[in-house]
Design a binder for this molecule. Structure first.
Ligand code: MRU
Length: 347
């Protein structure tokens, strides 16, 4: 790829502005953590792992800004609280901020300069780890994808949503690298069109065959036998295997079951939230009415209409064929497998 979703250099974070894609490749460079918080809120940077990485670097920028503060830890706590208030559903945001909180906790009586260096090192590790994790997810996921398969995906769980190759799209990328003929159906993903704008853009750059459909076409496309597997990412997975992902994912999972098509979820261990038993406990972000009442900047609904705009839905575990992480492939027995993965990660 000729671009990177998030880059950090010498106290500055550079993000590709995903709200401008595919029309314009524009980067935001900042040393202000508030700009990072705003970028997360506005979806300039989006996708669960990418949000986590951006927030981890946001803490670094905040620490640098308050370098001279007499109580840096107190300032950092405020910075973390602001970043944590941006989006509620993707648990990777809180996971990354908790890693920075752990740095703060273990820092003892370090000087401000030393503390900043520790935050910076941790954020760099989070970003570097994500690249390796993407690769492992790609390898584990590719093993499920056979030569000649056509795969449907929803939203964007690609390079733009992570630090490197993506999660769902990493599986497709690795399968293609292995010489398999893979083609993709991308749901456009209303209301913000992450499928049409981002997934299609990413795949076309790599010449991976992709066909764009609107969300309401998925059932018919499946009924024609044109899809052999579904693979999506996740924003939060609970102990019982329920999966929160972009709104519309649940419908795709139900359709996949009806058509006897495997429904795969690819996500890093950091997306699994063992503190929640079921998907009913996941906070679901609701976004502005304008996202629904307009399309491409043009208003398409009568002014004043009542709107409900949940950004995510929860797919019950019974519709999930397998969850692919960097630790392997779980096919049921969710909590037990997740705990085994967690144990391995702590070694
Ligand atoms: O609102 P978004 O664009 O941040 O939603 C993103 C998704 O739902 C992705 O599928 C998910 O974060 C997984 S990204 C690897």
């Amino acid at each position: 790829m000729a671009w990177k979703t998030i880059e950090y250099q010498n106290g500055k974070v550079t993000l590709i502005d995903q709200t401008r894609l595919p029309g314009e490749i524009k980067f935001v460079t900042t040393s202000d953590y508030r700009v990072i918080a705003e970028a997360i809120r506005k979806l300039r940077v989006r996708g669960a792992p990418a949000i986590g990485i951006a927030a981890a670097f946001g803490v670094v920028l905040g620490a640098m800004e308050y370098q001279e503060a007499s109580d840096l830890p107190k300032e950092i706590e405020k910075v973390i609280a602001e970043l944590a208030g941006t989006r509620p559903t993707a648990v990777n945001l809180f996971w990354a901020l908790n890693r920075q909180k752990a740095v703060l906790k273990s820092a003892g009586s370090k000087s401000n300069v030393e503390l900043i260096a520790l935050f910076e090192a941790e954020a760099k590790v989070i970003a570097a780890e994500d690249e390796l994790i993407n690769r492992r997810i790609g390898e584990n996921g590719a093993a499920l994808l056979k030569d000649g398969m056509s795969i449907l995906t929803h939203c964007n769980a690609g390079a733009l949503a992570t630090g490197a190759y993506g999660t769902a799209l990493a599986a497709i990328r690795v399968a293609v690298e292995q010489g398999k003929q893979i083609s993709v159906f991308a749901d456009e993903t209303r209301p913000l069109l992450q499928g049409a704008r981002l997934t299609v853009w990413e795949l076309m750059q790599e010449q991976i065959p992709v066909t764009l459909i609107t969300d309401n076409m998925a059932a018919f496309v499946m009924s024609l036998g044109k899809v052999q597997a579904v693979i999506v990412g996740a924003d939060r997975i609970t102990a019982n295997g329920d999966v929160a992902n972009k709104i519309g994912t649940y419908g795709v999972a139900v359709l996949a079951k009806e058509h006897k098509i495997p429904f795969y979820v690819a996500a890093p261990l950091s997306t699994i939230d063992l503190s929640l038993k079921t998907g009913a406990e996941i906070p679901i972000e609701e976004r502005s009415a304008e996202e629904v009442t307009s399309f491409g900047g043009v208003t398409v609904a009568p002014a004043g209409v009542k709107v409900y705009n949940p950004a995510f839905d929860v797919t019950p575990a019974k519709y999930v064929t397998a969850i692919i992480s960097e630790y392997g492939v779980a096919k049921g027995d969710w909590e037990k497998t997740f705990k085994e993965w967690r144990k391995r990660s702590e070694k």
